[in-house]
Write a protein that binds this ligand. Structure first.
Ligand SMILES: [Zn+2]
Ligand SMILES: [Zn+2]
Length: 380
């Protein structure tokens, strides 16, 4: 029997002035950390029991006042001392612990006592490059488990209704209590009779055999925003599969794949075009026609443009998905091609060009090309 005074405030790590909400929050956090099913710490059982005892006292205004005034002695032995006594002392408000484990605040995760949500679906939508640039309205059709029209989704035959599950009284969960050396341990599992829904159908709908849903083809219009890119997903919440017996619908994820443009490469909002120029075009400058999002545009190449130069067309890229009206740039990346086949005249002209620049061209070492030159040199 423990006779020393324990500090329930210290156990929960709260101030003596802590509000009910603060006490509850501290308890949830510690319970999640120390629940023996979760924690691998050998002391978890003891610690969890202690946390729970402290919470039982501090969450009850009357018991908290008695504890504040008289210490544990003021509690009349109920929550003090080792070992649980009484019928269900472990969890006065079971919902507190349950919420702590199953995300009662966020709404995410498992919620028992109500039908589960339906599955999410994925639809693969292929669009053209132009549609990705301008945006598009697409009509899609897909098979989906939708609400059964015969029973309105309840799963019960017309004229009847689902009833509260007699096995769990509508809670959707079953608690089993077992005695251990450290007191009672409580195990919570979904009710096997109602699968955690809290309600059962005695007289099932004939159309859906009590499922509350049926397969049908669904048609939807999907707005594809301008600027969407390959691999993006559009989420349509509530357009997925409905849950059993009136459970909420999951989401439909429209996975977009965009056909590539034959000449333009895309990275986000930026577009790239590889432009090959001849030596003469690069040296002398020119005007060339290049593909843009909606057609072609003529651009000017200045005389003396080098390989690797970039001409940037501002605002001619892909639209920004989140900034309507804004667009990236189109980058024209210049390369200069050296000719590999020359006509006799082209060769002569290039040789002339080299001679004009005082350059040595063709085979042989500098200062003399061909064997004739060397012979001439040798003969003086
Ligand atoms: Zn039905
Ligand atoms: Zn049940």
């Amino acid at each position: 029997m423990t006779t020393s005074q324990r500090d329930f405030y210290a156990i929960l790590g709260v101030e003596r002035t802590a509000t009910d909400a603060e006490v509850k929050r501290a308890f949830r956090k510690l319970a999640q950390q120390w629940h023996p099913d979760v924690s691998a710490d050998p002391a978890a059982d003891t610690r969890f029991k202690e946390i729970n005892e402290a919470y039982q006292v501090l969450s009850d205004p009357e018991r908290r006042r008695a504890y504040d005034t008289y210490g544990e002695a003021g509690l009349g032995g109920g929550a003090g001392g080792p070992g649980f006594t009484g019928g269900f002392p472990g969890f006065g408000d079971f919902g507190d612990l349950f919420d702590a484990f199953f995300g009662g605040q966020s709404g995410a995760g498992v919620r028992r006592g109500r039908p589960a949500a339906g599955s999410d679906l994925r639809y693969d939508l292929r669009i053209t490059f132009a549609e990705a640039m301008k945006g598009a309205e697409k009509e899609i059709e897909f098979p989906v488990l939708d609400r059964c029209e015969a029973c309105g989704g309840t799963g019960a035959k017309k004229g009847s209704a689902p009833v509260t599950c007699p096995a769990c009284n509508g809670r959707g969960e079953v608690r089993t209590v077992r005695d251990t050396m450290l007191g009672q341990m409580i195990n919570v599992t979904p009710c096997p009779r109602c699968r955690g829904e809290g309600r059962v159908v005695d007289d099932p709908c004939e159309t859906c055999r009590g499922e509350g849903r049926a397969q049908r083809a669904k048609r939807l219009r999907v707005s594809v925003p301008p600027g969407i890119d390959d691999g993006h997903q559009i989420r349509l919440s509530g357009e997925g599969e409905v849950g059993r017996r009136g459970g909420p619908a999951g989401s439909l994820y429209v996975a977009v794949s965009v056909a590539p443009h034959p000449a333009l490469k895309r990275e986000g909002t930026e577009l790239y075009y590889d432009l090959d120029l001849s030596i003469a075009q690069a040296a002398l400058g020119t005007r060339v026609s290049i593909p843009i999002v909606d057609g072609e545009e003529e651009i000017e190449i200045r005389a003396g443009t080098q390989p690797g130069a970039e001409v940037r067309l501002r605002g001619k890229g892909a639209p920004h998905l989140r900034r309507p009206g804004a667009r990236g740039d189109l980058h024209v990346l210049v390369d200069v091609r050296v000719p590999t086949k020359l006509s006799a005249r082209q060769r002569a002209l290039l040789e002339e060009f080299a001679a004009e620049s005082g350059e040595h061209v063709g085979k042989g070492g500098p200062g003399g090309s061909g064997i004739i030159d060397r012979l001439k040199d040798a003969l003086g």
